[in-house]
Design a protein around this ligand. Structure first.
Ligand code: RB5
Length: 148
């Protein structure tokens, strides 16, 4: 499985630690983020990663900024993206099982690296449950279509 990862200047160290963790778990990781702490604009990274997920360049992605919020807001502007910000593992599991999130996001200024590892592991180990959840997730696309 190919996993995209994106981050702004607030999350360089966290990105490197999570990238290494994902590689240790056996995933291929594509880095779309910045590798220096020079100030940058998180919407550009969020959009780039959102487009990569929507185009199928990667199977899913991890986004990290200071809070996880801004970068996921940007990604969610791309049609087909379902990015979810999580601060703990239970939510990370549920956003895959119920919402079929294709991007998991968190904040490097909010969670420590061990919690971040728990979040990505819970997300990646979970599976979308389909059924009534599929009906609801399909409604996201209907909203996108009404906004075209
Ligand atoms: C950058 O200072 C910070 O605003 C950004 O990383 C993020 O937290 C935005 O949502």
């Amino acid at each position: 499985m190919r996993i995209g990862i994106g981050n702004d200047h607030a999350a360089v160290e966290m990105k490197m630690q999570i990238k290494e963790y994902l590689e240790q778990l056996g995933y291929e990781v594509v880095n779309y983020g910045v590798d220096t702490t020079a100030s940058c604009n998180y919407p550009e990274i969020g959009e780039k990663v959102g487009r990569a997920v929507a185009a199928g360049e990667v199977d899913c992605a991890v986004l990290i900024c200071g809070t996880g919020v801004g970068i996921s807001m940007a990604a969610n502007k791309v049609n087909g993206v379902r990015a979810a910000v999580c601060s703990e593992a239970t939510t990370a599991r549920l956003v895959k099982q119920h919402n079929n999130a294709n991007i998991i996001a968190f904040g490097a200024r909010i969670v420590g690296v061990e919690t971040a590892k728990d979040i990505v592991k819970a997300y990646l180990d979970a599976e979308f449950e389909g059924g009534r959840h599929a009906t609801r997730v399909a409604m996201f696309e209907e909203i996108e279509n009404r906004n075209k």
